[in-house]
Ligand binder design. Sequence first.
Ligand code: F6P
Length: 543
Amino acid sequence: MTGIHKTPQWQTLQTHARQMAKVHLRQLFAQDTERFERFHRRLPGLLVDFSKHWITDHTVALLLQLARAAGVEARRDAMFRGERINTTERRAVLHVALRRPKDHPLVVDGRDVVADVHGVLERVLAFAEAVRSGAWRGATGEAITDVVNIGIGGSDLGPRMAVQALGAYAAPHLRFHFVSNIDPTHMARTLAVVRPQTTLFLVASKTFTTQETLANAHAARAWFLQQATEADIPRHFVAMSTNTEAVRAFGIDPANMFEFWDWVGGRYSVWSAIGLSLAIAIGADKFREFLAGGHAMDEHFATAPLQDNIPVLLGLLGIWYRDFFGLGSYAVLPYDQYLEQFPSYLQQLDMESNGKGVTHAGLPVAYPTGPVLWGQVGTNGQHAFYQLLHQGPDIVPCDFLAPREPLHPLGDQHHMLLANFLAQTEALLRGRTLDEARASLHHLPEEERERLAPHKVFPGNRPSTSIIYDRLTPWTLGALIALYEHKVFVQGVIWDINSFDQMGVELGKELAGALLPELVSGESLGEHDASTLGLLRYLRGDD
Ligand code: F6P
């Protein structure tokens, strides 16, 4: 493919961006009373407002032309058909198959992957129900009280975020812990609050070779064996992995392993057996609702015309800011305490997928790709970094998420939450001019007014998307995750990068492997830069 930046669609957008840079969002709203009507979309239980963006009808038309020129629809269809669109690893990308109903077969390389998915799903859900109900007992006959998921990256962030997000539906008699960090503090602090007789360890690793996870799993097993025997392990350790041999080598009977497949990327794996902790927390029916929410978004993404296709529209808006205005930072701000970990979940989804520097053909990309994604729940963020969002020199496009209804009504607090959410998006859009700032200080003497007024100016014109869902249910969470997955997909297609590998994490892993013996055994030091050598010597106590 010719570089997307060389297409007429891209170049027309560049010209258009220069014009749009001169227009303030205030003007766009003043000129067009129908703006909200035209620039919002609804799905059952969900409203997405993208009217507070630097766009006109013309902008959207041009962006949609760019999507067509990049072949977004063809690539999307190829993903849903199970083609090997993960080009570097020559793999299909089929997390969408994980949430497909049983009666929608998908044959890839002569095999119905949906039948395989449902085979494992039945086992996962039956096991989850047994743990929840107390039918699954520890080796001493006691019921499980604590579930410890040991995993990192996609084998941690998805289940960790979802168990928290769906806390309102979780079994109250079970506690969930997520140990990911190689820092021994993480495991030590967890083991300090659980008992071996009543703890179930879920060792979650797609490859079952990840250093952090294996070290933590070994530590957990050693701790467990202080008060139990090898024969007790099957009641307290299960694995979720694609690597049967490594699971067996670790000492977990493959009968206690829940399988998934190489076509499930780690950051897309919460829907697979990796979601076992979530299934235990919310139970089989709610887990199925979670899958159904993801599937509903898949159907929307697969079939809605591009101009109504929410992941496509949100993906294009991200491209608009990143590539035509050079904005490198992007914030996700949930006004929902249950979504506290959603931004860090999205960090892996977005940044590990699209933080890439070469095209499918291995050529350096000639345009910016994935932005830095970050965020925090409102209103906490308001009292921390919103100052920069409103008055800092950098413009950060934001996604605001909020539920229409609270799960825990408490006086008028939900309305207060929503008022804050609305106020922030409005303030970002509108800002406050110098004259307005002066007017707001009318009670002060003129000299004082003039001194303070510039500090109270807000430039405004800061774009945001508002995503409102009825209430955070398993279905809604499933739909929201899939929405972001597909948004990231659309952007990867336009950038012509492989969103499904993660080679950028490898070099650090290799170097850590080489550094470990130098650090521990006092071996002679290999070749390092002077800084690394100095730090190594200091850590070893050489000088
Ligand atoms: O950090 C790289 C990575 O490969 C992620 O993509 C993945 O989610 C994580 O490590 C954990 O991998 P695994 O599930 O194989 O332990």
